[in-house]
Design a protein around this ligand. Sequence first.
Ligand code: AMP
Length: 466
Amino acid sequence: MNPTFAPSQTFADLGLAPELLRSLADEGYASPTPIQAAAIPQVLAGRDLFGCAQTGTGKTAAFALPLIQRLRADARKPGPRRCRTLVLAPTRELAAQIYESFVAYGRHAQLTAAVIYGGVGQHRQAKAMLPGVDVLVATPGRLLDLINQRLVDIRSVEYLVLDEADRMLDMGFIHDMRRIVAMLPEQRQTLFFSATLPTAVRELADTMLRDPLEVKTTPRSTPAETVEQSVYFVPKREKKPLLIRLLQEEATGRVIVFARTKHGADKLQRDLTKAGITTAAIHGNKSQSQRERALAAFKSTQPPVLIATDIAARGIDVDEVAHVINYELPHEPETYVHRIGRTGRAGQTGAAVSFCDHDEQPRLVAIERLLRRPIPARNDRSAAPEPAAADSPGTSRHRRRPARAGSSAHAGNRARRSSGAAGKRPRRSPPATPADRVAGGSRAAPPAIPPAAANSGRSRRHRRAL
Ligand code: AMP
């Protein structure tokens, strides 16, 4: 059974109006997710909400549907430049997606909505706000800009939604957020969402919410159960060929590769392009139109491999992301949870593969501590030796590399290719036990890197490179 859904209830059971049920039918949503089942009746009743939920749990509909219904139940005009609902989101991509969700769910309810974010001209955004709107979705910086220019007025907001509060704090929006909240009427309904619950998020929620209903869809910082996680221990310099091989042989569907820096993302894009792999990149140095083009290509039926940095990838809402590859592990363990939340969404299954070099091992430990369980390893920790050992003269890479023959990953890849089952996940090497990992591999380990396809020219070249 799919753990993401609560199929015993219907949207009609939750008290949603017929025009919303029509939109949900248009969207093809058959039954509410747990957060929707828990939140919708309470938000309809006017209660504040504190939701601990990752992306992919259906949280956008959990707040958008009941708010649209409340707006319609009391259909007053917002007044010029004003909005009745304010939704704050950390990134422009997420803001745009939330806006699109409101438009989709409100299409039979005469809802008016606007979205404002930085990085593009403000003229169209200010114009959209002129008559006033039911729902304004905004990133904090641009919103404050437009408020200061008196192009937006938030003094009569009735409903406030704060989405991805943890990310807002990570991105340094705390002061902007406090300034915005100080301008809002005290009398309002507030819905607060965060994927993780560090103390700072709790404290912020306490200042903004009154007797909230608390909804937790997953235990603290637990990634969606539909994501199959694994880690490769791999020296830095072998990451690139491993990535190329994974992309060629295993991760052939819609894939996001996470790099830590914009520079790293650009370099990776150049390297993959050289290897004949079609890519698109999305990071902070890309213009809004470049990001939109990259996302549109990624949503298409022939998606390029999307190379992303954390901030840019925040809130990418694309169904059927089959693989997330962490080319580098993030410094903050929570970021890992956000990253892998890009896959395994709303009932799909997904795989998250991480590369861990020697220097990154403390980061892996922190992630596993947060998850409260080890991430299954595809090979042995000793496959990512200390840089000094790796570079010492006379230690050939060839000799250090464990034997390849008979690898279950190889067999899995071969089976997958020959059966032509494009969507199926290949068999995996058995995960190393925590004991194996601590011991640094005293037992025989599965191969560090899955072997190349025996008779492909490109694969042979990569095998040499390894
Ligand atoms: P979210 O957690 O809001 O980012 O939603 C993740 C994805 O799940 C989006 O693509 C939604 O369109 C989809 N979704 C949300 N609710 C449902 C539902 N009840 N049934 C099917 N898909 C849903």
